[in-house]
Each structure stands twice: as structure tokens, then as C-alpha cells.
Design a protein around this ligand. Sequence first.
Ligand SMILES: Nc1ncnc2c1ncn2[C@@H]1O[C@H](COP(=O)(O)OP(=O)(O)OP(=O)(O)O)[C@@H](O)[C@H]1O
Ligand SMILES: [Mg+2]
Length: 283
Amino acid sequence: MSEPLNPDQPPTRARPSGAGSGELEASRRTIEPIPPGAVPVMEADHISKGFGATTALVDVSLKAYSGRILALLGDNGAGKSTLIKILSGVFPPDGGTLRFNGQDVVLRNPAEARERGIATVFQDLAVCELLSVTRNIVLGREPQKGFGPFKFLDLKKADAMARSALHQLGVRWERGLDEKGINISGGERQSLAIARAMFFGSSLLILDEPTSALAVRQAGKVLDHILTARDQGQAVILITHNFRHALSVADDITVLAQGRVAGHFRRDETDLDALTDLVARVG
Ligand SMILES: Nc1ncnc2c1ncn2[C@@H]1O[C@H](COP(=O)(O)OP(=O)(O)OP(=O)(O)O)[C@@H](O)[C@H]1O
Ligand SMILES: [Mg+2]
């Protein structure tokens, strides 16, 4: 994992006003510039991708840094999900390079991306409905007890890991950890998925539309958890259709239009009107 930016002088962090309880508003804070020479956790360099006759991405480059949230904006079909699938090892690009912590990487599958510390939360696949809260969090790294062929889940340890993951993210979980995924709300599912991603030491957290199906209050909570992930040094890429959400939490913004980069901005260099105009003009 690369060093957090400005470790001696943590920048003032924006929190969505009234997160978890009310209206989200763009903060007026100034965003720290990226220090010269800082190495991105993830860099996509001149990426292209087509599906048959459809050109999904052309010459797309972006950089995601530790301790910063990069919002990826764009209209339907702009290529956002295609790009994050490439960053998550779902499929390879046709052209271009990915660099992870400064090294060229080829991600052959999602498991390889996860092992490197790239955690992606897909909206519809965030949580297994039939598994408990605990099992959802420790999924794939279940602590075991017993010997030889008599190994089984160490539930006490698993519950403690789940509790610690939720605590680390600031999630107040008041129901049982044995509650099944099917019984928990969309917002809670996103929070659990983020807790799982963070607990296993990822350095890049990618979220595809985590707030799109949520009411204002739940969206505020999820955005707050995303800010917590950033404050703990993760690089975050947040895909959203909601420009207000992007402006309330992002440090950097990349706009995609018809598979191309329409602009890179620091959050305090742009505003809602400028972004809306840009997407209307080029989208
Ligand atoms: N597996 C696929 N096979 C064929 N075409 C695809 C595939 N995935 C995406 N596309 C096409 O690539 C283009 C970009 O799609 P993508 O899903 O990346 O857009 P998006 O920005 O995520 O859109 P949305 O905001 O609607 O989620 C679209 O024209 C889409 O139809
Ligand atoms: Mg998409």
C-alpha cells in the first residue's frame, strides 16, 4: 500500500452535512492538491475496450490515490462499469496498461485483484442473502477450529472479527450478527460489503453505484462509511449518477462520456452546474 498523502498534516476532511440524518450538501472545503511525485495506488493508462461492434472505452486514463476519493461520473452507457470491471480483473482491456502501486499489473481474474488488495463492491452482489452478517463479513477467510478433517468454523472468533470490522467502519449494528442477508436493508448491505472490503486490508475500494437505490438517510450513512475508508488511507473509486453525492465526498472527479474521458477535476475546481453542463454537452 502506498503512503497516505501528507501523513504529517492530514487535510481537513469533508463530511456530508447531516450525513445519516438529512440533506447532503456540497462542502466548501479546499481540497489538498496531490503532492508531486505521489504514486497512485491504481493507474489506468490509455485503456481501450470494445464488445463486438460496440466501443465501450477509448484511451481512458485515470489515477486513484491513497487517502482520496475519486468519483467517476458519466451518463448511462458512458463506460463506467466496463472500466471498473477492468480494474477489478473481471475482464482484460483490449489496449492500455494498469499500474498498481507503480508496477504494471495484469489482473487475470477477480480473485487475483482481491489478493492484491483491490476490493470491489458491486451493487447487486454486495451481500449473500442466505448467509448471516458474520458469515458475509468473514466470507472466504473464515477462522477455523479443530484439527485435520475435523475443522469447522470458529463462530466465536468469526463474530469477533465481524464486530471489529463493523466497529472499524463506525457501523452501529444493533441486531444479531446471525441475522441473514436477506433480512437487511439495501443501505445496510452496502455498509456490510464496505466493512468486509476494508477488514481484509484492501488498499483500493471500488464502489459501483452504492447509493443509487437508497433513501437520503441511508445514502448519507453509506457516504459516511466511504469517508471513513478514505480517512483510513484507502484509495476509493466511487461510481455514481448522483453529482451531489460526488461533490459532497470526492477529492477528485473524472467524467466519462461515450467511452472517453471528458475531464479530470479536483472537486473544488468544479460545481454542480459545470458538471451538469459538461455531461449534457458531451454525453
Ligand atoms: N458485456 C457486454 N457486452 C456487450 N456490450 C457491453 C457489455 N458491457 C457493456 N457493454 C456496452 O458498453 C458500453 C458501456 O457500458 P457500461 O456498462 O460500461 O456503461 P456505464 O457507464 O456503466 O452505464 P450505466 O450508467 O448505465 O451503468 C454500453 O454501450 C454497453 O451497452
Ligand atoms: Mg454501470
